[in-house]
Design a protein around this ligand. Structure first.
Ligand code: FES
Length: 271
């Protein structure tokens, strides 16, 4: 059974579940802690360091990341102490250099009065990630851990670290699910749908074939993704009529069938 504990954020008491990340408690209670690499469904990773807090009472005192900080009874933190703010300002300068085109980073940094960077800006023409990637790793984890595919990974070291497909070659295992795009905090990833093909511009122009709706003729889902979903949810196959319809046509079909059934019921009782 979950055990509740008391934690203190900026002097105010909050109820938390023992062991849950402090960042969750802060978010639940509307306390703003900047964060780039935390996605609850994927768990903590501790890469971006922006979510740091100053621990005043607890097992380890001092500056630490709130996404990896487990709640214990009596834990007390400050989210915007002078030390925290100083650290964050430097981090924002680093991110402005790493992702100079990212609006999200500029926006976050401006809240701390950081508009310029002392570090060398990484500007690369034709960067597949639009000079907006902060290397938080969320896309890599979504692809590897959530989707179980592993199309992309970190490549290179230090200043030259990038995220892309191995050897920058087109992937033959990508499902075109867009999980990477969904989790990217800086909207660095580009994916384009061109009629019957989905093109992962950021991932070495990997192409995935799209499936055509049997009713309206629109291309609505990557073929390989549709097959994967079919294999996971066996019941999808049961209604052959619905199998090859896009969500819009399915909805119309189901509504029509439901209306016909209820009309028949009305007729039955009217006799
Ligand atoms: S959100 Fe905690 S380190 Fe990135």
């Amino acid at each position: 059974m979950n055990e509740n504990v008391n934690v203190y954020i900026n002097g105010n008491r909050y109820i938390a579940q023992k062991g849950e990340p402090l960042l969750n408690v802060a978010r639940r209670n509307g306390i703003d802690i900047p964060a780039l690499c935390y996605e609850e469904s994927l768990g903590a990773y501790g890469a971006c360091r922006l979510c740091i807090v100053d621990v005043k009472e607890g097992a380890k005192k001092g500056i630490t990341t709130s996404c990896t900080l487990s709640c214990t009874d009596g834990l007390s933190v400050e989210t915007d102490s002078d030390r925290v703010v100083q650290h964050r300002k430097v981090l924002f300068e680093l991110y402005l250099a790493q992702a100079p085109k990212s609006e999200k980073i500029r926006d976050m940094a401006s809240k701390y009065g950081v508009y310029e960077t002392r570090f060398l800006k990484r500007k690369k023409t034709n960067d597949p990630l639009n000079n907006s990637c902060v290397l938080c790793g969320l896309c890599v984890r979504a692809c590897n851990e959530a989707m179980g595919v592993g199309v992309i990974n970190f490549i290179g070291r230090g200043y030259k670290t990038r995220i892309n497909t191995p050897y920058f070659e087109q992937s033959d295992v990508c499902m075109g699910c867009k999980a990477c795009l969904e989790v990217c905090p800086t909207k660095a990833i580009t994916i384009n749908d061109k009629v019957d093909v989905r093109i992962m511009k950021s991932w070495s122009d990997t192409e995935v074939k799209m499936k055509k709706c049997s009713v309206c003729g629109n291309f609505y889902v990557p073929e390989v993704l549709d097959k994967k979903v079919d294999s996971l949810f066996y019941y999808r196959d049961k209604n052959e009529q619905l199998k090859d319809m896009c969500p819009e046509c399915r909805k119309k079909y189901v509504t029509k069938q439901a209306t016909l059934i209820s009309l028949k019921e009305v007729e039955k009782y009217a006799k």
